[in-house]
Design a protein around this ligand. Sequence first.
Ligand code: IPM
Ligand code: MG
Length: 352
Amino acid sequence: MTDLLLLPGDGIGPEVTAQARRVAEAVAPDLSIAEALFGGCSFDAHGTPLTDEVLAAAKAARAVLMGAVGGGGGQWAGAPRDKRPEAGLLNLRAGMEVYANLRPALCFPALADASTLKRHLVEGLDLMIVRELTGGIYFGSPRFIEDLPGGGRRAVDTQVYTTAEIERVARVAFQLARGRRNLVHSAEKSNVMDSGLLWRQVVTDLHAREFPDVRLEHILADNAAMQIVRDPRQFDVLVTDNLFGDILADAAAMLTGSLGMLPSAALGDAGRPGLYEPIHGSAPDIAGQGVANPLASILSLEMAFRWSLGRPEAADRILAAVIRALDNGARTRDLGGALTTVQMGDAVLAAL
Ligand code: IPM
Ligand code: MG
């Protein structure tokens, strides 16, 4: 049985995942690791970004570490929409049924000055975004673009949520908060969207029924975006839908110094394999140059050890090594330094 399936993917994905693999082999030499094609490279080889074999392997592994997919709108842009690398990622998330996407934004002390926000606003930041990952406008139907009789075209996407979908992701957020600072913000647009209205009602009911001990605040998603850059440390756990979560997580990432720092864990029901991915994309502008920051991938591996592989001590070691490497001044280009991807991997391994 495979413990860890690596799906390096496209762009900088293979470069950063290779460093996470070195770290995995160092902290857990007994781990069984497999690797497979996924994303644009799988499309080139097999005509589809996610083959049935790879989806089956992902569901059978204990954890999956993904690198990045896609070519930033350039490469593979001509592929049919359901064969694009990004479609493969959505199918992987849906196929693995990983509906709760944990995106922690931690400001490491050594990086407080790398943030575009002032040090006093981000120092000590520890925010957990819980993004719904298998529903909402990413998956809703109908969706299409049609030609209009009088000229011009019309595009439709559908935002749709059920009670069960909202409840299960909100439950994850409340449970996480209990182990943290006991505060959940739930972000939606209940002032304009019916799905937002239902979201607010379901979260309110679940809170009253199962989590009255946790503090709950409702916040409109646009206000949440503003508060994240105004005073990010007011948040503990922020739960929100798929699209708002995508956007708010990128904003939160910059608080930590670089998009290259943010890992994520996508979890389903207990006992199911988790999907781990850096939140940065394939970064085609720097792909192949060996300068990408591998820390988001290495920290995603850290989350895999913690949440799926049942090895919290290995996770603690990785986290401590990343902090030590940063304290020692290790910086890739995105962090204002000059280390290559491999050199950053070396720095973490040395700190281990
Ligand atoms: C992310 C990415 C993906 C998303 C893309 C690559 C499909 O932006 O994981 O945040 O939108 O979910
Ligand atoms: Mg995104």
